[in-house]
Design a protein around this ligand. Structure first.
Ligand code: UDP
Length: 430
């Protein structure tokens, strides 16, 4: 959270959560009234979310905001974390990579470390509520605490892409997951035909009131531009992403080089670099090499917790790119669309849920495709404006935190009705 003085200087405050009434200004009173009506229909009021960290990462971020909103709606909502140690987190990181890439990289020791720490958590942490949301693989083993003689509902909420998992890790987890009442995935193609429990689609969301997305004074945006030596008068093309091959930063530079030979513009590739991610360092080095000698390509290392600066860079952009070749959901796309930016993005993961090609942005498959679309939008600002406007409407309708809250409430009700609908409807077209 931050406060600004008139000159765009910023005084940092701890991040804060918001009341539902504050969201009414954005999504309308009716959505808030609907949330209250639906929550009032939930008879089993206690709900607990469990994941593996209180800080860092998108899951913690959304639980930090969602839990108080559930409480405000009259639910007895809480959030717990399991404890881990180094060997446990090494194991779960290996599982994460194996599940997302399909690579057989897991050792027997990883499974043993996971089971040992899970047993400790089962001993030390009591998970007890009418509805239990277990987030991601790390706490999946907590299902052993399910009270078999009760009406408890346990839901496994998967935030990662398990469409092509390493079979050893997937079958290890499927033993846990099949004991749940239901599972939730972020995109239709992440669902699993071999699960024996109902699967629901609930896309992630962004918080329009968070520092990453809220309105900013122009004076602050200007300060960020001058901090990074960016020229406000030239078109600015931006991709904000971890330095990761999946985000195709080299492809972004190649596409930009094609466009900038016709239209003078600037490229920002901004992202963070974790010391413990050797691949990130390698990708960053390759990006620097590809940008060598180019004053119009700005490779920015953005420290963690720079939400306001990321917000400002997205807002200052003429076009936002997310040229991923593999993606989970792609929250940066929703973030940019919410700022009414025309977005050109890879047709992968959850991105096609957010972008209807030619209506709320452009989907691309190649460097040449990205270059063609960039060139077209720079030459046709009226089209860029329309894509941005429609993109924002789409995010307002489908990808704000209030919609995710609504989906969770509906799921809690749906699981206790006989007429269970296994897959929730895909996003609505505004
Ligand atoms: N992000 C950030 N700093 C960076 C790069 C990205 O805070 O240097 C944020 C970005 O704004 C978004 C999230 O991290 O909110 C990335 O989510 P996304 O789903 O786009 O990709 P992921 O990194 O999870 O693959």
């Amino acid at each position: 959270m931050a406060e600004f003085d008139d000159g765009g200087s910023v005084k940092m405050m701890p991040q804060k959560t918001h009341k539902l009434s504050e969201y009414a200004l954005i999504v309308g009173e009716q959505v808030i009234a609907d949330l209250h009506t639906i929550a009032a229909n939930i008879e089993q009021k206690s709900v607990v979310h469990v994941n593996s960290t209180k800080t860092g990462g998108g899951v913690a971020e959304i639980l930090f905001r969602l839990t108080p909103l559930m409480s405000e709606l009259g639910l007895n909502a809480s959030w717990d974390v399991i404890r881990g140690d180094q060997s446990f987190f090494e194991a779960t990181k290996t599982f994460h990579n194996a599940l997302q890439t399909g690579m057989k990289i897991t050792k027997q020791k990883n499974f043993e470390d996971f089971e040992r720490k899970t047993a400790e958590n089962l001993r030390d942490l009591r998970v007890d509520a009418d509805t239990v949301f277990i987030h991601d693989p790390q706490p999946a083993g907590m299902i052993a605490q399910r009270k078999l003689d009760s009406d408890q509902k346990w839901i496994w909420r998967c935030h990662i892409d398990v469409s092509n998992p390493a079979s050893d890790v997937w079958s290890f987890f499927a033993r846990y997951i099949n004991k749940y009442d239901a599972s939730i995935f972020s995109a239709p193609q992440f669902g699993r035909s071999d699960l024996q429990i109902p699967q629901f689609l609930v896309s992630p969301s962004i918080d329009p009131l968070a520092d990453k997305n809220r309105e900013l004074p122009q004076s602050y945006i200007d300060r960020v531009l001058s901090k990074y030596a960016l020229k406000a008068e030239k078109p600015l093309i931006t991709q904000i992403s971890r330095f990761d091959y999946a985000k195709d930063p080299i492809g972004v530079i190649e596409a930009f080089k094609i466009v900038s030979s016709h239209i003078e513009s600037e490229l920002v590739l901004g992202g963070s670099l974790a010391d413990d991610d050797p691949e990130g360092l390698e990708v960053h080095a390759k990006v620097l090499k590809a940008a060598e000698g180019r004053k119009d390509i700005h490779v920015l290392l953005i420290p963690p917790f720079s939400d306001l600066e990321i917000n400002a860079l997205q807002r200052a952009s003429t076009i936002v790119l997310q040229k991923s070749v593999k993606e989970g959901f792609g929250l940066t796309v929703a973030e940019a669309l919410w700022k009414s930016k025309p977005v050109i993005a890879g047709a992968t993961g959850g991105i096609p849920l957010q972008i209807k090609n030619g209506l709320s942005g452009y989907l691309v498959h190649t460097v040449e495709g990205a270059a063609y679309r960039m060139h077209y939008l720079l030459r046709n600002p009226d089209v860029a404006e329309k894509l941005g406007r429609y993109g924002r409407a789409n995010v307002r309708q489908n990808f704000l935190i209030t919609r995710q809250l609504m989906d969770y409430l509906l799921l809690m009700i749906s699981l206790r009705r006989k007429e269970l609908v296994p897959i929730l409807a895909p996003p609505r077209v505004p």
